[in-house]
Design a binder for this molecule. Structure first.
Ligand SMILES: NC(=O)c1ccc[n+]([C@@H]2O[C@H](COP(=O)([O-])OP(=O)(O)OC[C@H]3O[C@@H](n4cnc5c(N)ncnc54)[C@H](OP(=O)(O)O)[C@@H]3O)[C@@H](O)[C@H]2O)c1
Length: 300
């Protein structure tokens, strides 16, 4: 068994993926806008991820925009049969790098075609509707019209499976009444646990939960509890944060983001870290004490 397989697998649609995956957002330039300073280094991160057994990569055509998808294509196309690339639609970028809601039927359809072209795919395996009713956090409101557009694109054969992102439990339920939902992607980590109840519902129903900002996002988690547990177990604080997520629920799939091969290796080595129950109890105290490191600087 390779290292990464020790973290186990879970279903994503009708595919089985390793629970340790990779989020590609950090590969674009500063502010997720424009190209990175070293394109070869960015491609090297992607090749290293796949070489180490990652078969679930999260992306979006609005990272860059287009840059991240183009890097994935350049580094990894033709894709191996077991690789599941998950993308998201619902936003676009302004000329100044701003994040702009883009959820009209025309914008959603264009985004699917942009992803197909830049990733060089005939069909997208999983597409998340990233709600931009709120840019920074979920905001209540109907997403029926947008999910219906995605369902129509699925019927046309351009999208195989549908997920939702940056959504409330009510929006997840609304989407599930329209079409099968295979994953939910929301902000969640050891310090920020708004979705605890939702995760349990999704686990019961066999739906993957994919936390974004698993390491705290642009301001990685900092907590003396993380550091203490890491020191005791001979790991790093980031590995402990990921290991806590792996233990939190079987349906959690990880997509930690990094632009660094060294950080990627460190994150994937989390599969070797076993958290004893007393460490879990200590880590549960981070959120219980108000979360010393809640996510900041959110983006789609
Ligand atoms: N649906 C949505 O709205 C949404 C929003 C945001 C993100 N996402 C997705 O979720 C993925 C994960 O989120 P994220 O990348 O924003 O945040 P994250 O995984 O929580 O953290 C990424 C940050 O942690 C640093 N980092 C990673 N590994 C590290 C390590 N071992 N040691 C120290 N620092 C480390 C990275 O810097 P380095 O590059 O220096 O390693 C980067 O600053 C994204 O890549 C994207 O695919 C989705």
């Amino acid at each position: 068994m390779s290292t990464i397989e020790r973290s186990g697998t879970f279903a994503l649609g009708d595919r089985i993926v390793n629970r340790l995956g990779y989020g590609a957002m950090q590969l674009a330039g500063p502010g997720v806008f424009g190209p990175p300073s070293d394109l070869d280094a960015a491609r090297a991160v992607l090749r290293e991820a796949v070489a180490r057994g990652v078969n679930h990569i999260d992306t979006a055509d609005f990272y860059g925009p287009h840059i991240t998808n183009q890097l994935i294509r350049e580094a990894l196309h033709p894709y191996s049969d077991d690789l599941v690339i998950v993308t998201k639609i619902g936003a676009r970028r302004g000329g100044d790098g701003s994040w702009i809601p883009a959820m009209s039927p025309e914008e959603l359809t264009r985004a699917v075609h942009d992803n197909l072209r830049n990733l060089r795919l005939d069909v997208l395996e999983v597409v998340n509707l990233r709600s931009t009713l709120g840019i920074h956090e979920p905001v209540e409101g109907s997403i029926e019209a947008q999910v219906t557009v995605l369902a129509e694109l699925q019927r046309k054969g351009l999208v195989r499976h549908i997920g939702v992102s940056n959504v409330t439990p009510a929006q997840v339920e609304e989407a599930r009444r329209i079409v099968p939902i295979v994953c939910v992607q929301n902000a969640y980590n050891v310090a920020h646990r708004t979705d605890d109840a939702l995760i349990d519902v999704l686990a019961r129903d066999g739906i993957a939960y994919v936390p974004f900002f698993p390491l705290g996002g642009f301001n990685p988690l900092q907590s003396s509890i993380l550091s203490d547990v890491a020191r005791c177990l001979g790991g790093t604080p980031m590995q402990v944060a990921l290991a806590w997520l792996l233990r939190r629920a079987r349906n959690i799939l990880l997509i930690p983001g990094t632009s660094s091969v060294a950080h990627l290796r460190e994150n994937l080595a989390t599969a070797e870290l076993d958290l004893p129950n007393d460490a879990i109890r200590a880590l549960d105290g981070i959120a219980a004490s108000g979360g010393s490191a809640a996510p900041r600087g959110t983006t789609p």
